[in-house]
Design a protein. Structure first.
Length: 410
């Protein structure tokens, strides 16, 4: 699938208020074998899926942080070791590329009455996954510090800079802002977020040829670099492992961080500054633009190399696992993309991103090569050791070599 065309159907505001009645699993027989990541929301879903086990229906869960390394070989065997792969925006791509998951349209028609159209992840017009929760980076801010200094919550990158400058000039903080600039995956994600905020595309239309070396790419790097004036001197070592403790110690007034950290940061038992911690949509990179943050989803796909009986049983068990009643009972665990879900206080940042039109992380088979090339080649620019143009040229060279080796470029 060299030129996979993917469309994520309508990732708009997903928080309807109507609840549907709980449905019995109703599965006569089959084997349900689930491979997933291991975090709280997926453990909740897994527990609900296990409710479908019976004398004629077996349910097995393998929840591990190593799921990405396991999924392709496990679904390549015939029959596949698992009937269900719980996937995310990027982890589904290898399964699509190897044709290891099956279209779900037939199952959606029969058993997806409670699914919202926005949950149907379509690739080349076919439903290939069912999304059930969202994540993304957004703004965290100290309500007390900003309000005491007459600063409204920033809605643009320029307003972040202006707020930081005002706090420094007032002697409140020398380094009031933080984000993940540790070279590698996190720094690359920051570039992808900011670049998405420009409205530009990463690749030439219908092609794997990179298109980030122009004005939008240079301006993205310059915007990222501008933040460093108001960050710690050793900002190039910052990721969540350094920023979260700094936030709890009261050393930051504003921060870009993942929505999945909101529960911890807004819990008084785990964060001394929880009472004054607020969340908002990721600011726009450009005036009038969408939030400069990739929208990520988690969902499930069904293996191709399993029997139709097991595939149907697995789909029905997973739909039971993500039913509206589950989301209502566990509404504080995640930002659920499920009918009837109403965002909690900790979910408001991601919900605001969705409502304001944040763009999804590109679901393309060669996007991983770009993510790696960005992580490996932006550090020198951020340290002032080379120009933006040179950094982007280095990225393009690394990306092109990997994409060419894999057959996506000639």
């Amino acid at each position: 699938m060299k030129h996979l065309k993917s469309t994520v159907a309508g990732l708009g505001l997903l928080f309807a208020s109507t609840l549907m009645a709980q449905a019995d699993c109703g599965i006569e027989k089959g084997s349900v074998r689930v491979l997933s990541n291991d975090f709280e929301a997926l453990r909740v879903v897994g527990g609900a899926v296990k409710e479908c086990a019976s004398g004629t229906v077996s349910v097995e869960l393998d929840q591990t942080t190593e799921h990405k390394a396991i999924q392709v070989p496990a679904l390549t065997t015939n029959p596949a070791a698992y009937t269900v792969a719980v996937v995310a925006t990027n982890s589904i791509v290898p399964l699509l590329g190897e044709d290891l998951i099956r279209p779900l349209d037939e199952y959606v028609e029969k058993w997806g009455q409670d699914l919202l159209p926005q949950q149907l992840i379509k690739v080349n017009g076919k439903v290939m996954a069912i999304a059930f929760l969202a994540n993304g980076q957004h703004l965290y801010y100290r309500d007390d510090i900003l309000s005491e200094n007459g600063i409204e919550p920033p809605q643009t990158f320029d307003e972040i800079l202006a707020a930081s400058r005002k706090l420094r000039d007032a002697g409140v903080m020398d380094a009031p802002f933080g984000t993940e600039y540790l070279p590698g995956w996190g720094l690359a994600a920051e570039f992808i977020n900011a670049y998405l905020g420009t409205g530009a595309d990463f690749f030439e239309p219908g092609s794997a040829k990179l298109a980030i070396s122009g004005e939008a790419g240079v301006e993205t790097l310059e915007r990222m670099k501008a933040f460093t004036e108001y960050m710690r001197h050793d900002y190039s070592t910052d990721d969540s492992s350094t920023l979260i403790p700094l936030w709890k110690e009261g050393e930051l007034a504003m921060m870009f961080a993942w929505g999945s950290r909101a529960r911890e940061l807004m819990d008084p038992e785990s964060n001394p500054t929880a009472d004054v911690t607020r969340v908002a949509a990721m600011p726009a990179a450009v005036e009038g633009g969408v939030p400069a943050a990739a929208l990520w989803w988690d969902g499930f796909s069904i293996a191709r190399n399993v029997s139709d009986e097991d595939a149907e049983a697995s789909f029905r068990a997973m739909v039971h696992g993500i039913r509206p009643e589950m989301a209502k009972e566990h509404r504080d665990v995640a930002v659920w993309l499920v009918k009837g879900y109403e965002p909690t206080k900790t979910a408001e940042g991601v919900a605001a991103n969705i409502a304001a039109g944040a763009r999804p992380y590109p679901m393309l088979p060669y996007m991983g090569f770009l993510h790696s090339a960005l992580g490996e080649n932006l550090g020198d620019y951020m340290q002032g050791l080379e120009s933006a143009e040179q950094a982007l040229a280095d990225v393009e060279a690394a990306y092109s070599a990997a994409a060419r080796e894999s057959g996506y470029l000639k």
